[in-house]
Design a binder for this molecule. Structure first.
Ligand SMILES: [Zn+2]
Length: 232
């Protein structure tokens, strides 16, 4: 992977040029090469030049990680825990009532280990309350949404798939999926869930999606296909 500027960072394959995570299915020689070639400044270098550039960038990233302050490390730990709670769809209190006690008993059992103090300090310092976890999840969600919107805005073409479902209060929820280009990949992402308060005609659906497009400055001119289940 190193030959293509991809480094192992916290167990993830990260491109050292754009800091994007490379999906497992893209860790093949031709796909890595294609991704590397999207970084024009690096692609134009000689093999030796590229090697030096990757070494510099990898060192920079390692330095940035090491230079996190204690407080930043605790915030990162809190975010990672919130991510696990969200991914596993667990109640927000798990951080405070399960994860912290588990860490405490871990330290107790492995008393005498060198990292004991580090773990103890982390337990006292880290914010994992049932108020903090949803805040972290919301801020990660916002960041993810912004990344997807940014990619969608810069894609030359977009295809939409729209369908509605009804929630427990009998209100129609419109789900919008987009397929678009992200760098050299075609990605499919969930874009939004819009509530239709009255009727669910084709006109209502268009109005809701159009409002979403206007609000986020998406361009209808780039939508080449739109698939719905035949609303009246
Ligand atoms: Zn990259």
């Amino acid at each position: 992977m190193g030959r293509f500027g991809v480094a192992d960072i916290f167990g993830k394959a990260i491109c050292v040029m754009c800091s994007k995570e490379i999906a497992e299915e893209s860790l093949k020689r031709n796909k890595l090469l294609r991704h590397m070639n999207t970084h024009k400044d690096v692609a134009s270098l000689t093999d030796e030049g590229r090697k030096q550039r990757f070494e510099q960038l990898t060192k920079c990233q390692a330095f940035l990680r090491q230079s996190l302050t204690k407080k930043q490390q605790l915030v990162l730990f809190s975010y990672k825990t919130a991510y696990i709670v969200a991914r596993e769809k667990r109640p927000y209190v798990k951080g405070e009532v399960v994860i912290k006690p588990v860490l405490e008993s871990f330290v107790e059992i492995f008393e005498g280990e060198v990292f004991q103090k580090t773990v103890r300090d982390a337990i006292t310092g880290v914010a994992l309350s049932n108020n903090m976890i949803p805040r972290r999840i919301a801020s990660m969600g916002k960041d993810l949404r912004e990344q997807i919107h940014k990619d969608l805005r810069s894609s030359p073409y977009t295809a939409l798939a729209i369908d509605e479902s009804t929630d427990i209060t009998s209100e129609a929820q419109l789900l919008v999926y987009g397929k678009f280009a992200c760098g050299c990949r075609i990605v499919e992402e969930f874009l939004c869930c819009l509530t239709l308060h009255s009727t669910t005609t084709g006109h209502d659906i268009f109005r809701a999606v159009d409002a979403f497009f206007t609000e986020n400055q998406f361009d209808w001119g780039r939508v080449v296909e739109c698939c719905i289940d035949g609303a009246p």
